[in-house]
Design a protein around this ligand. Structure first.
Ligand code: A3P
Ligand code: MG
Ligand code: MG
Length: 390
């Protein structure tokens, strides 16, 4: 029997204190400026990205327990006009800021629905991490660090947050915290726990959906989808939170909806539109990686009022931006991500002692569990080095 991940502690990426960095393996990649004339990074068409297929879904309860049911799944409803996005902020139950490890995703990967795919996956990670990799060519401000580890031929990617970064997250300025809350309040106004088309007694007439507050915000509660997909010939398993579904849940991403808030676009300020369309790259990438077909954006006034909301079809966003401010091309991101993942597979995936899928438990225990660090620096590219050699 092949070794399964069950033999591993959940947070498989364990970095001992004695870690000593080796010299970096560098991949210098030109980062295109987000200007209309930005040349494609790599010539030729980008590799195909396969439509994501859901393997399993799970919920986090208010007690932050991970349960394999749809108890935290929510359904889209139209939000009320001019809703106050600051409503209920004093009752906000905040999930503590902590390092986002892979644990929840690894538990999901132990489910029978994921087993076969997990064994042949090239990469397993959260969707948010893959979003960072995809959007890096257009990222000019924020760098990031990942821990990278190859176990039985599968590469696991986990964000590495420094103590300083964690402190900053835990200690957000009041204004920043309020803006963050607006995003969650929008989710509450736009969703409810019951399907909107729930049939009434005679079984035919849909119950009217009542717009209004969907319940106080508890950020412990989440519903997550785990999908398999392919980028070129690389097999990926990605997990990520899904805000709600439209009308009905069909067990696949076809009815998933991503909710987002953004500042109102003032027609008198050209910069507003540019800023929004650049943000669309993140909305687009985050959504298409899980196969989310629809994004509903709520626009807010500086005072935190919901002044308008608009549904967007994820697949149409590239064209919208191409015909407007031309700030990004998804092909550039797909090419770059493919190149990055291939680079990791060549180095991390084939380093002595970390590859091969088959093997006995004895083999496994004796195999090195090297931990690598991948660093992205805006305007420079990527650096990879061996962080800990076991
Ligand atoms: P908005 O994105 O609408 O502002 P998501 O959109 O990914 O479902 O996340 C829901 C909300 O969580 C966001 O709403 C935002 O308020 C908050 N959030 C998500 N990622 C964040 C981050 N990196 N930093 C701060 N807040 C974040
Ligand atoms: Mg969300
Ligand atoms: Mg959202």
């Amino acid at each position: 029997n092949a070794i399964t991940i069950q033999t591993l502690p959940l947070s498989i990426i364990h970095i001992p204190r004695s870690s000593r960095p080796s010299s970096p393996v560098q991949m210098r990649t030109p980062i295109p400026a987000p200007a209309p004339a930005a040349p494609p990074l790599v010539q030729g068409p980008p590799p195909p990205f396969q439509k994501p297929h859901q393997l399993v879904a799970f919920s986090y309860t208010p007690a932050r327990e991970q349960v394999f049911d749809n108890s935290s799944l929510r359904y889209f409803i139209e939000p009320p006009r001019n809703a106050d996005l600051g409503y209920g902020i004093q009752r906000w139950i905040r999930k503590p800021e902590e390092r986002a490890r892979l644990d929840g995703l690894l538990v999901a990967c132990l489910r029978k629905e994921v087993k076969a795919e997990r064994k042949r996956a090239d990469f397993i990670t959260w969707r948010g991490i893959m979003t960072k990799i995809f959007t890096a060519p257009y990222e000019q401000r924020e760098g990031w660090d990942l821990n990278v580890m190859c176990v039985n031929g599968t590469i696991y990617l986990e964000e590495h947050v420094s103590d300083r970064q964690l402190d900053l997250k835990q200690d957000l300025a009041p204004d920043h915290l309020r803006m963050t809350y607006y995003g969650y309040a929008f989710e509450s106004y736009c969703t409810r726990s019951e399907p909107p088309l729930k049939q009434n007694g005679d079984g035919n007439t849909p119950a009217p959906s009542k717009p209004g507050w969907g319940g106080d915000v508890d950020t412990n509660v989440q519903w997550c989808s785990v999908v398999k997909t392919k980028l070129g010939d690389l097999r990926l398993i990605l997990g990520g939170e899904v805000d709600c579904v439209r009308d009905t849940y069909v067990g696949q991403p076809d009815t998933f909806v991503e909710l987002k808030t953004s500042a109102e676009i003032r027609s008198t300020y050209k910069g507003d539109k540019r800023k929004f369309e650049l943000k669309l790259l993140k909305f687009y990438t985050q959504s298409f990686l899980l196969g989310v077909p629809e994004i509903v954006v709520g626009f807010r006034s500086p005072e935190g009022r919901l002044t308008q909301y608009l549904p967007f079809q994820t697949s149409r966003l590239p064209k919208l931006v191409r015909e407007s401010t031309k700030q990004w091309e998804p092909g550039t991101c797909v090419q770059w991500a493919h190149e990055t993942l291939q680079f990791l597979k060549r180095t991390v995936g084939t380093a002595t002692g970390t590859v091969t899928r088959a093997g006995s438990p004895g083999d496994y225990e004796s195999r090195a569990r090297n931990v690598w660090r991948l660093r992205f620096e805006p305007g420079f590219g990527l650096k990879l080095w061996l962080l800990h050699e076991s």
